[in-house]
Design a protein around this ligand. Structure first.
Ligand SMILES: *[C@@H]1O[C@H](CO)[C@@H](O)[C@H](O)[C@H]1NC(C)=O
Ligand SMILES: *[C@@H]1O[C@H](CO)[C@@H](O)[C@H](O)[C@H]1NC(C)=O
Length: 536
């Protein structure tokens, strides 16, 4: 009898032990420091979802950001760093002084990169110089009570020095197009022939000239990265952290994980190291109820809603007059209602009656409303993902190279249309919008693309969480860290070995030639000697 009684007790305790083990191994609550210096709406959307999810999973999160979360969350302590740094105006001043955004967009990639490096460093300097950040930076290691640091990885590499100072792992989130920015990490493992710089050039038939151009571009870009971007970041490290450290070294030792905000079919497959985790769409949570005024506005529109967000680069009030005139004429002539998200608070004169400007409502919630029929956008990668996830066909008006690439992708996937700046006319806009709202093909294609984008073992956010927790659980994820980051170009591309083998080949040839002539000479002498002895 006793034997029988004992069993269930044992079973229960075993069960609870198992549960405890499971819980213990899967969710160890951590103290997480989140640093998001950029005030841009799209980077911020990523931060908001991430922080809410981390806090929802019992982590204590401390956020320093260039933008407020806009809601109070349990287990989240937030410091908004004000004033906001006006990234795009400063970039424009730096790169195309006196010019317009179009002038900025027309700059060569290399000029733009150069300005991004300078202005990116200025933005981070502005962030780090604020009193709240200074207080954080001055903390001695004994009081720096965080397990992991998460940073928005966009011209912010200097922040790795914080992890270095206190020996804490750092996780980077790349919200922009990976191809433009993070290749220095990735190239460490990918032969350049498979990893062309431009998406359009992605083909297996790379001829000699294409590969030569690729490698030249790779090397010059890498040099520029080190000379301008990393150098500017290292200056910030010396200024704010009072240490001398170089960025590749910090990356090699303290970058635990790189979360990429992209995924197939929105990017081309390529070899990845385990440390690089594609979690495209991680900022897209389930839709929430809209505020009543927006909801009513949407529901009262018989002919549907067109949602518009033209990017963070420019305030709506700063759009060129001619462009604004065309836009208003176009909006005024449509039967649909327009909801326009602007970063600025100024009222726009002569805004057509069938449109409203809104602030502060996440576009993933607006796009989820069933009345929304099309999304007019600038071709930003995160917006593209949101449009796809919410099944809203897109009309892209891109200015920058990366936006154009994203829109070309959207067009090739059949989920949107692109208008060049030169084609920005009422007729073209009307044509494109009619096409998107009346043709069924876009709806069908977007459902397929969306279902493929979401089709993964874990959702984007759950995957990101898994890896963050992995880093917490396993000594900063040291085991998955690539050894290839801090490697020189000549080693990476085996140039030194090519030179070595070339030299070896020359030596072997020289020896063979010498032996040949030696033998010929010896034979000749023998023959001459024989002749001489015959004569004598
Ligand atoms: C998180 O904060 C709460 C409340 O301050 C505290 O009780 C808890 O121990 C903290 N958790 C961790 C992992 O630090
Ligand atoms: C310009 O717009 C027209 C519609 O008015 C469209 O047919 C054409 O393909 C567009 N061209 C470009 C280069 O976008």
């Amino acid at each position: 009898m006793q034997h029988h009684k004992g069993l269930p007790v044992l079973g229960l305790s075993r069960l609870s032990l198992l549960l405890l083990l499971l819980l213990g191994s899967n969710c160890r609550a951590a103290k997480i420091l989140v640093l998001f210096p950029h005030a841009s709406e799209s980077h911020f959307a990523v931060m908001r979802t991430l922080v809410a999810e981390l806090a929802g999973r019992e982590h204590n999160v401390t956020v320093y950001g260039g933008h407020g979360l806009g809601e109070r969350l349990e287990r989240v302590a937030e410091t908004v760093v004000a004033p906001e740094y006006d990234f795009w105006s400063n970039l424009q001043q730096h790169a195309a002084a006196g010019g317009s955004l179009e002038d900025l967009a027309r700059l060569s990639d290399s000029r733009l990169r150069s300005s991004l490096a300078q202005v990116g460093a200025q933005a981070l300097d502005h962030f780090l110089a604020q009193p709240s950040l200074q207080a954080l930076l001055q903390l001695p290691s004994a009081e720096f009570d965080y397990d992991v640091i998460i940073v928005d990885y966009f011209y912010t590499e200097a922040l790795l020095a914080l992890g270095y100072k206190h020996n804490k792992p750092t996780i980077g989130i790349v919200s922009t197009d990976f191809g433009n920015y993070m290749n220095t990490v990735q190239e460490a493992l990918v032969p350049v022939a498979c990893s062309p710089i431009d998406f359009e050039a992605y083909t297996s038939e790379l001829g000699f000239a294409a590969r030569l151009a690729n490698i030249r571009e790779c090397i010059s870009r890498r040099k520029q990265f080190h000379k301008e971007h990393y150098a500017a970041q290292e200056k910030l490290i010396r200024k704010h952290f009072k240490i001398a450290a170089n960025v590749p070294q910090l990356q090699a030792q303290h970058l635990a994980l790189l979360l990429l905000n992209t995924h197939v079919p929105l990017w081309t497959p390529r070899p990845l190291v385990q440390q690089i985790v594609p979690a495209g769409g991680l900022h897209i949570r389930g839709p929430r109820e809209l505020p009543w005024h927006i909801k009513r506005y949407a529901e009262e529109s018989r002919d549907g809603i067109i949602y518009m967000q033209l990017g963070n680069e420019q305030l709506c009030g700063q759009l060129p007059k001619e462009k604004l005139r065309i836009l208003f004429e176009f909006i005024g002539g449509r039967k649909e209602r327009f909801i326009w998200t602007c970063h600025d608070v100024t009222t726009l004169e002569s805004l057509p009656k069938n449109s409203m400007i809104q602030h502060g409502v996440p576009q993933i919630d607006i796009l989820a409303h069933p009345r929304v029929r099309a999304f007019i956008m600038n071709g930003d990668l995160l917006s593209l993902q949101e449009g796809i996830m919410r099944h809203v066909p897109m009309l892209g008006l891109p200015s920058f190279q990366n936006e154009r690439k994203n829109m070309q992708l959207a067009v090739s996937l059949g989920v949107g249309l692109q208008l060049e700046q030169s084609n920005f006319t009422k007729a073209a806009l009307d044509w494109a919008l009619d096409e998107l709202t009346t043709q069924q093909d876009y709806q069908l294609a977007i459902r397929e693309v969306s279902s493929e984008f979401r089709d993964r073992p874990l959702g984007a956010l759950a995957n990101a969480m898994f890896w963050v927790n992995y880093v917490v659980r396993h000594k900063g994820g040291a085991a998955i860290r690539t050894r290839g980051i801090d490697i020189g170009s000549n080693q990476l591309h085996l140039f030194d070995l090519f030179v070595f083998y070339f030299a070896l080949a020359i030596v072997i040839c020289a020896v063979l030639v010498a032996v040949y002539f030696g033998v010929v000479y010896a034979l000749q002498r023998k023959r001459n000697d024989a002749k001489l002895s015959k004569l004598s």
